[in-house]
Ligand binder design. Structure first.
Ligand code: AMP
Length: 367
């Protein structure tokens, strides 16, 4: 623990000089540590893998999330803990929460880790989603199909990301093809969602401080390729009615879950003017990377402020912007990107450019 002088107990804030703990050592943890450093905080990363992007910029405890001795050492070195990866076991969070503030906490993480719990929460918070049904075995898939119909999307409840753990169920599939789709996901608990013929995909990143104050970054429009985010256009070029609905959706989610930290809410806009929430992520989000170069406060600084009990920063947009991910060997284009005077390059320090791997991103201001 740092000296008591590092704790501004009058306001419940952890003053600059304190130490932020981050569970997860990917690029989101790296950029969180960089933002923390800009505000005068130190960061310690907890991550099972040895060579991780965040370990290049902050001290790293390399251990499994189930290693209580390592978690104990981590807790002793930090003033507050956040996460950059939502599949951290909740048991690790609970262990840490007995020792140090963990923001966001157990309920937020448990909700985001399970698509059925997530969708139930969203609907109870007054947020519209695609119609959905829980699938626990092959027979309940038939019951869910009778309710939801085809086309629909079958997703594992847990551990899915970037399109992994998903199968599209098309109207022309017979019973054998449907069984094969169910088995391809490993026969685990799933959710069946109605297929949304969306006009575009949006996201809103909401922040909520320890005092309950909420700040929203403006809704952005996201384009995916091979289920991975390709491009974000910020702010989303949509009419005011849809923007209002997207903001209201994010506000209901972040307040309904009592989040301290960030909550990214991914949504679909439908041709008939509705906003349907798809999923939530209680951490910095790829669709918020543009804020590093084009907002008064970026999403990583906002997370640090929320977790350390500081006032949230302003989310005004300095410039409309476009963010493009550099996936796999696209990062090899760095010389051309650097030669573009309107391009801001961010590389994550990953040595191996595997297909589908997020290596960096580039932000261009839309002036
Ligand atoms: P997810 O892992 O839930 O974020 O899904 C990844 C991507 O699959 C989304 O960004 C959409 O492009 C697509 N997708 C997911 N769910 C649906 C759905 N119910 N209807 C249509 N497309 C979907």
């Amino acid at each position: 623990m740092p000296p008591d002088s590092a704790i501004d107990s009058a306001r419940g804030a952890i003053a600059p000089g304190g130490v932020l703990g981050v569970l997860g050592g990917g690029q989101l943890g790296r950029m969180t540590a960089q933002a923390a450093a800009r505000l005068g905080y130190r960061t310690v990363i907890f991550e099972p893998q040895a060579a991780c992007p965040a370990a290049q910029v902050a001290p790293h405890i390399q251990a499994d999330y189930g290693d209580e001795a390592a978690l104990e050492r981590f807790a002793a070195r930090v003033d507050a803990v956040t996460l950059e990866f939502e599949n951290v076991p909740v048991a690790a969070l609970d262990f840490l929460a007995d020792r140090v503030p963990v923001r966001p906490g157990h309920t937020v993480l448990a909700t985001a880790q399970d698509r059925v719990v997530e969708k139930r929460f969203l609907n109870e918070a007054g947020v519209e989603t695609a119609p959905w049904a829980e699938v626990t075995d092959r027979a309940s898939l038939d019951a869910a199909l009778a309710e939801i119909g085809l086309p629909s999307v079958l997703k594992t409840c847990r551990m899915g990301y970037d399109g992994k753990g998903q199968a599209m169920l098309r109207a022309d599939m017979d019973a054998d093809a449907l069984s094969a789709a169910w088995e391809s996901l490993g026969g685990v608990r799933c959710i069946l969602e109605g297929f949304v013929d969306f006009s575009c995909e949006l996201s809103v990143i909401a922040a909520r401080g320890t005092d309950g104050a909420v700040a929203l970054f403006p809704p952005v429009m996201n384009e995916h390729r091979n289920h991975i985010l390709h491009r974000t256009i910020a702010p989303a070029p949509l009419d005011a009615g849809l923007i209002d609905k997207a903001e209201e959706t994010a506000r209901r989610a972040v307040e309904g879950l009592d989040v301290t930290g960030l909550l990214a809410v991914e949504m679909f806009a439908t041709p008939d003017g509705r906003i349907l929430a798809n999923e939530i992520a209680p951490r910095p989000h790829n669709s918020g990377h543009w804020t590093l170069d084009a907002c008064v406060t970026d999403q990583f600084e906002q997370l640090v402020r929320a977790v350390m009990g500081l006032p949230l920063g302003g989310t005004d947009v300095l410039y409309p912007a476009e963010m493009t991910n550099l996936i796999g060997d696209e990062a090899a284009d760095w010389p051309a990107i650097l030669a573009d005077p309107n391009a801001k390059l961010h590389l994550y320090g990953k040595s191996e450019a595997r297909p589908g791997r997020k290596m960096g991103h580039v932000t261009r201001l839309r002036r």
